[in-house]
Ligand binder design. Structure first.
Ligand SMILES: [Zn+2]
Length: 68
């Protein structure tokens, strides 16, 4: 059986680039190829704000003498 053109509205499942979970690659999914808005935002944030995740461990040591 061949699927008639235009009638193949079957959602395609792809792997979410962010979390690796199942994502529905269809017009119904506004966040495709991501599985959710969260994954999409995370991915966007990674390239939009490069260096957003800065290690802050050292900022809490010895830089604030008045604290003690
Ligand atoms: Zn995801």
């Amino acid at each position: 059986m061949e699927s008639p053109p235009g009638a193949g509205a079957r959602p395609r499942i792809v792997r979410c680039p962010q979390c690796g979970g199942s994502s529905v690659y269809a017009p119904d999914n506004a966040f495709r190829p991501f599985c959710s808005e969260r994954c999409r935002l995370i991915d966007l944030g990674q390239w939009a704000t490069d260096g957003y995740r800065i290690p802050v461990e050292e900022q809490d040591k010895g830089l604030d003498p008045e604290k003690d």
